[in-house]
Design a protein around this ligand. Sequence first.
Ligand code: GLA
Length: 372
Amino acid sequence: MTTCAVFAPARVNLIGEHTDYSGGLVLPVAVDLGMTVAGWLDEGAIRLRSLAFSEPVELDCNGAPRGPLAGWGRYVAAVAQLLDEHGRPPVGFDGTISSTVPIGAGLSSSAALTVSVGLALCRVADFELPPLGLARIAQAAEHLAVGVPCGLMDPATSLLSRRGHALLLDCGSEEHRFVPLPPGLAIVVLDSGVRHELEHSGYADRRAELERCIAAIGGRNPASLTVAQAEAEAEAAGVDDVAARRLRHVVSENERVRKCVAALEQPGGPDLKALGALFRESHESLRSDFEVSTPELDRLVDLAYESGAIAARMTGGGFGGSIVALAEAGRAPSLVAAVTTGYAASVDREATGYICASVDGAGDVEPGSVED
Ligand code: GLA
């Protein structure tokens, strides 16, 4: 019996938000929350079960659904169909998926799902794809399954990452390299409890507004412009205020990614003060220029800084979800306690804190370590 077990991590984006789909820069980290798929070769069909998701999924070996699909089944079918189109032999699979990623919390649970399923289907069929090839399939699967025009960041992070490092990815050229994270720095995620579903949020509208502005300025890549140039070009092209603000966010965010990398790699040690200021500016730009934050995320960011975080900002697509805060490792538990207490007192909701470790990208795990 062919057995396989793979784990695909979730991503926490440190900085570079809403820059990926216009060929910009991102600086995410893969973390120790994710999805595990374990199973064996099945002659007749692709079958997946889960405790986390209700309906089991059953597909033909080429990914064709055997019945109506809802929710997670649409992602599984889309991955299987796209892999089939890319030459995966039509080999069946009987497996189980288990998850430690909060769904809809802005930590790319959908990429953890598409990447883990995609990798398991490749393994069981002895079919190899380069990591970025599988990342593009996972990205396309999300478009196909739910119509969300997401970028490459989430599946690329889940596949390419390296423990102890952030991934600096240029989503235009797809060049990437690893930026060491300062030792002793904790990555803290605080989930606002406001669920975001990019399928029903303004994500596609934001992308369309940005693309309208990019088209008006002759298709220039925002990553090649300074803020002053972008403002001048948008004005000369007579672009409306909303589209011009969307462009300003993306241009300034690309600059902040470069500055964050420089701060992390500063000779003589990381410049944590600069990181704090850049994360603040990023959040403010996402709130006012890109308009994807929520009052709950704003509150969490303020509470994190008040409670001693080195840096804090919303992370992921927005419209709900989570913030990321960086803190000295020893202070992370008290940061979580202070922020969740302050949040409950000021917003009628509970926030959940996760102190995350950075991990390697998706790969094999011991079948015995899988639970469901
Ligand atoms: C979601 C998308 C990503 C990216 C972020 C915002 O997570 O899936 O491609 O656009 O939002 O940075």
